[in-house]
Design a protein around this ligand. Structure first.
Ligand code: ADP
Ligand code: MG
Length: 338
């Protein structure tokens, strides 16, 4: 074959496929945008595990009428201007890829209004193309409705799991976003049924109770320890609350969810001698670490942060958890009994 330049449509579809892999990718991007837009209320509604439709509504700053088409262009962002801005960035997004990627592989309807505008707008995009825009009444904020995900990329569609499994992934990611943003009230519904709603009080305890129930919370103890340069906050099992899986060991580093085997191991090691076999302690732990111990320049599709010195971080983590358990008189170290 001769060498040829790819056309823009193909380039965009390929790029979109890297950012948007399954329904949760859409949800993560749209909810992160809503958080960046300073929303205090965010609601997510999906049908059939997000395959039929995904609707994210927020009460944030909105997008002005004549900026909507631009927001859906690749590499269009209001969050940075130049590479140096990345050093002091406090938003979740900055690549300007999400809206263009989503609209390249689905049908999108966006309804939005800024505080300054008298009237809102509604616009349609499909397969990467801007279809049309009209004015309409709307409260301040943004609603993005995504339907027919992957309708024009059958290979991606084939790789989707059963509705139930996609739905579970969505619930998981929304739980984590709710935990790391107690100041925002999240509502999540699936196939017309409300799955959970958090209150947005700013209190982590309230989020945990909304997600997992009061009884679950009763089995937790407050964690607040400093093991310099690490600081740990959150809630951890009081020894009686255990699970047969590690699903409710939820860790955040600098307020971003992390999935990390060494941290799980360190957490369980802290309970050594006090857990029955096949039982796992639960914990919702927020770890603050200096930026130099992390590599945050990750691909948008990944949730993992790279910890630069994993063994040191794990030791500090284990000590911190153990110290908390000791301070609460839940555990005693044999070496200290004299
Ligand atoms: P990024 O988040 O990396 O800037 P996106 O493609 O996700 O790129 O969004 C493009 C732009 O559209 C954002 O920079 C922001 O200005 C605007 N935008 C997207 N979603 C929202 C929203 N929910 N509320 C207000 N503005 C939004
Ligand atoms: Mg974004």
């Amino acid at each position: 074959m001769k060498i040829k330049m790819l056309n823009n449509e193909t380039i965009n579809k390929i790029a979109a496929g890297e950012v948007i892999v399954r329904p949760i990718s859409v949800i993560k991007e749209l909810v992160e945008n809503a958080i960046d837009a300073e929303s205090t209320r965010i609601s997510v509604a999906v049908e059939k595990g997000g395959k039929t439709s995904i609707c994210v509504t927020d009460n944030g700053v909105g997008i002005a009428y004549n900026e909507v088409p631009l927001a859906f262009k690749r590499h269009a962002t209001s969050k940075i201007l130049k590479i140096e801005d990345l050093e002091s960035i406090d938003t979740l997004g900055f690549r300007g890829e999400a809206l263009s990627s989503i609209s390249a592989i689905a049908r999108v309807r966006i309804t939005t209004k800024t505080a300054e505008e008298e009237i809102g707008s509604q616009s349609f995009f499909e397969g990467g193309t801007f279809i049309n825009q009209r004015v309409c009444t709307y409260d301040r904020g943004t609603e993005i409705m995504v339907t027919d995900l992957f309708y024009n990329t059958p290979a991606r569609q084939k790789h989707l799991q059963k509705d139930k499994n996609e739905e579970k992934l969505i619930r998981d990611i929304l739980e984590k976003l709710s935990l790391s943003h107690p100041e925002i009230s999240f509502t999540y519904s699936s196939d017309g049924r409300e799955v959970f709603k958090t209150l947005g009080t700013g209190n982590l305890k309230d989020v945990i109770e909304s997600l997992y129930g009061r009884d679950f919370f009763k089995g937790l103890r407050e964690l607040d320890v400093e093991n310099s340069p690490m600081r740990l906050r959150g809630y951890i099992s009081d020894l009686t609350l255990t699970r047969s899986t590690r699903e409710e060991q939820i860790f955040f580093i600098n307020n971003r969810f992390v999935k990390n085997k060494s941290l799980s191991r360190a957490f369980e090691d802290a309970y050594e001698g006090y857990m029955m076999v096949h039982k796992h302690p639960v914990g919702i732990v927020f770890m603050d670490l200096p930026g130099r111990m992390l590599d945050v320049n990750i691909h948008p599709a990944k949730t993992e942060i790279q910890i630069l010195n994993e063994s040191l971080v794990s030791i500090l983590f284990k000590q911190g958890i153990r110290d908390c358990l000791k301070a609460q008189n839940l555990v005693v170290d044999v070496s200290e009994v004299t």
